[in-house]
Design a protein around this ligand. Structure first.
Ligand code: ADP
Length: 186
């Protein structure tokens, strides 16, 4: 399954490069230092240019570092997306260190920041499943559940959430998890 409706809102899955997506905001799987890194973080800063990094520096000057599970917003620089919402997922330590709650928080807080800016279309990568080592199957369940709950309860301006999954395996795993969620009646 590649999309699901939650009332008048929707979750979609696509395979691709999030730096090329048109949306009100794309979400960056950042690290707490907010000054760029590898994976999707590096790709977003490379494609978006120095304006994003400049705003990240100003945020760091104000708050120090961004704790896992929280989110902040900057401009989108040269990206097609208007904004970048930066969040930090958990590093996987085996699953008993509260990783699921922290990952759900990263999605939820990103969406709360989107609401605070009255944004409608948001794109997420698969947070934590690269360098941070979160198993994709488990992460997909947590991610889809967190977004579905948000869309069914808190959402006002946000109407479409797209997961932009970079590789075929991650895309397929999210599609399976969406099937399971639909089958369970969520
Ligand atoms: P984390 O540190 O949160 O694990 P990573 O960037 O290492 O973040 O990986 C998160 C996911 O983002 C992985 O599935 C990775 O393949 C994917 N990814 C890397 N580059 C891109 C991109 N340009 N667009 C979308 N997803 C990407």
């Amino acid at each position: 399954m590649e999309s699901i409706a939650i009332g008048s809102r929707s979750i979609r899955l696509v395979q691709g490069d999030i730096t090329r997506v048109h949306a009100d905001a794309i979400v960056n799987a950042a690290n707490s230092g907010l000054l760029g890194g590898g994976g999707v973080d590096g790709a977003i800063h490379r494609a978006g240019g120095g304006a994003i990094l400049e705003e990240c520096r100003a945020i760091v000057a104000q708050i120090g570092s961004l704790p896992p599970g929280e989110a902040v917003i900057t401009c989108g620089g040269r990206l097609s997306a208007r904004h970048v919402i930066h969040t930090v997922g958990p590093v996987w330590h085996g699953g008993r260190a509260g990783e699921d709650a922290m990952l759900a928080s990263a999605y939820r807080e990103s969406l709360r920041v989107a609401e605070a800016h009255e944004l409608a279309t948001i794109a997420f990568p698969s947070i934590s499943t690269g360098a941070f080592g979160y198993p994709v199957r488990e992460a997909a369940r947590v991610a889809l559940d967190a977004v579905a709950v948000f869309l069914g309860t808190e959402a006002r301006s946000v109407r479409e959430v797209t997961f932009v999954l970079y590789d075929r395996h991650t895309f397929g795993t999210y599609a399976d998890a969406l099937d399971e969620m639909a089958a369970s009646g969520a």
